[in-house]
Design a protein around this ligand. Sequence first.
Ligand SMILES: NC(=O)C1=CN([C@@H]2O[C@H](COP(=O)(O)OP(=O)(O)OC[C@H]3O[C@@H](n4cnc5c(N)ncnc54)[C@H](OP(=O)(O)O)[C@@H]3O)[C@@H](O)[C@H]2O)C=CC1
Ligand SMILES: CC(=O)[C@@H](O)[C@H](O)COP(=O)(O)O
Ligand SMILES: [Mn+2]
Length: 383
Amino acid sequence: MKSISLLGSTGSIGVNVLEVIRHFPDRFRISALAAGENIKLLAEQVLEFQPELLSIGSEENAGKLQKLLPAEYADRIVVGDEGNQLVAAHDTADMTVSAIVGAAGLLPTLAAIEAGKDIGLANKETLVMGGKIVMEAVRRKNVAMLPVDSEHSAIFQALEAGRKKDLQKIILTASGGPFRGKGEKELEVVTLKEALNHPNWEMGRKISIDSATLMNKGLEVIEARWLFDIEAENIEVVVHPQSIIHSLVEFKDGSQIAQLGIPDMRIPIAYALSYPERLELELNSLKLSQCANLEFIEPDHTSFPALKLAFTALEIGGVSPAVLNAANEVAVEAFLQSRISFPEITETVARTMDIVQEGSEDSLEDILRADFLARREAARFIQ
Ligand SMILES: NC(=O)C1=CN([C@@H]2O[C@H](COP(=O)(O)OP(=O)(O)OC[C@H]3O[C@@H](n4cnc5c(N)ncnc54)[C@H](OP(=O)(O)O)[C@@H]3O)[C@@H](O)[C@H]2O)C=CC1
Ligand SMILES: CC(=O)[C@@H](O)[C@H](O)COP(=O)(O)O
Ligand SMILES: [Mn+2]
């Protein structure tokens, strides 16, 4: 029986993690859950999965949550950032699934690693902000870092066909998002509703907007750089609108190995939970004969400059990826509140990256400071 501590249980990934666990009660149990604000769903999850510890975003919500739960939970509710870290490192957990959205995922993920937990990583922002120190901690603590992000799961699986020393290139596939094919002028007038309407995946709001700007692919390039210890110049992105091939690796003999499947997050989630075993998921299997045409297109860097910005952040190094991430979070939130236009998301990130640059990628303190300064600058641009 593997015990799982789940951060972000009420989100799109969190709900899918629990869906997998629900189908395999003999293999997995939940030891701790953390959420932000959704007390109603968290209470339902607690009653079903009976964790030993739970965390919620605020004291006020902790009080409301307590009223929805039996009295025995009174001393098992923790709160906020500290609560996330306690859940992440909870003593009975074998694995922590990191599925909070955004920068709030970094410290709990680090806490889980320091506590010796294996990690199922959905929160790509963790590696974007602190890839070097996070992966150093993974090696020092000798824990497993198992990707949940679909492209990284595909790469992880494809790498099993060869040796890491023979790896030549990683090819990340991108759907292109809902605005694929649109020109710069057209993008000035797109709506929030259109931006949230991802062609292939049902996901949380922040990552859906990231997919629409192609910043998601930029974040994934940085995630891959650290997760697979590969230089940015050996990471390529190709637009593949059908999201059937989830990514590829190329070995030095020119062989390219891909992982294919229907776009369903339960597949990479299950593999992270059960690795190296595979679970019988009983999903519809992919029928290649019914997949009309699989297309592969170069990314449009003029309409979607976010992807290049991520490569630039890697090239600058230091805290630049953390700055890119923080500015993007602020700008996406402003777009979600209809305070800025779609192109202004990426413009805000670029302007912030020009201003906030000081700091070392080896220092958690510098990374957190850069995150703070970038949020302040990005908010200033948006005012
Ligand atoms: N959705 C997907 O298919 C994929 C997602 N990812 C990545 O996984 C992560 C989660 O994405 P997704 O599930 O879509 O996002 P959602 O917005 O659907 O869910 C976010 C989760 O994080 C919780 N949360 C937010 N802030 C805090 C906080 N400060 N403390 C505790 N919990 C918090 C939310 O709680 P509440 O709702 O209760 O406020 C919710 O449970 C992201 O990093 C994303 O990039 C990667 C690949 C695919
Ligand atoms: C499901 C998943 O992993 C998302 O990150 C997804 O890949 C988004 O798709 P695009 O960013 O390629 O549009
Ligand atoms: Mn992805």
